[in-house]
Design a protein around this ligand. Sequence first.
Ligand code: CA
Length: 204
Amino acid sequence: AELRYHVQAARGRRGRPEQPRAAAYDNAGTHAVRVADGMLSASKGRLKESEARRAANSGSSTRNGEHGNFVSVAQLLLVEDDAAIRGALIRALTERGHAVTSMPSAMDALQHVLDSPPDLILLDLGLPGLGGYEALRMMRAVSSVPVVVVTARDNEAEIIRVLDAGADDYVIKPFGAGQIDARIRAVLRRAAQGGPPDGGELEV
Ligand code: CA
């Protein structure tokens, strides 16, 4: 309920904030795309290595004190420039057992994905500089980390464009904490099932 309040408050402050902001950042965005492109092509090999490491470790584990079982904690990367929404999401997701790292810009997020790929990325579309959509396309060129887009843009064409660019799911603000958590768990489940395990044989 608190998260819904923050998201609605953020919307109220700026009306429909994403479109005008995106337009205002167009020039900065073009430059950002060039910079990010160079960054990604320079580190493609390194990314493959770190993704392989991530697959080998398959998330971090913490001991559940009561029964001594190991439960997996999902490492989430939240990319959101609105501080109020960022704070509310971090609280809501941490309370639900996720480990959350957050970045206010897509450029920072790309660098983070290259250095230590998370289990899942929550990506806002209306970001300063490099936009969420461009960041998603760049990420998909080098990484298969699950991406859930979190945005106020609710038009059909935009949703289709983002899913076609490689997003795994799409959540429209405002939403409740329960819904985003359920979508994260659903995407993580599918990601965990994706691809045969080591040496697995695929019967046709
Ligand atoms: Ca935004």
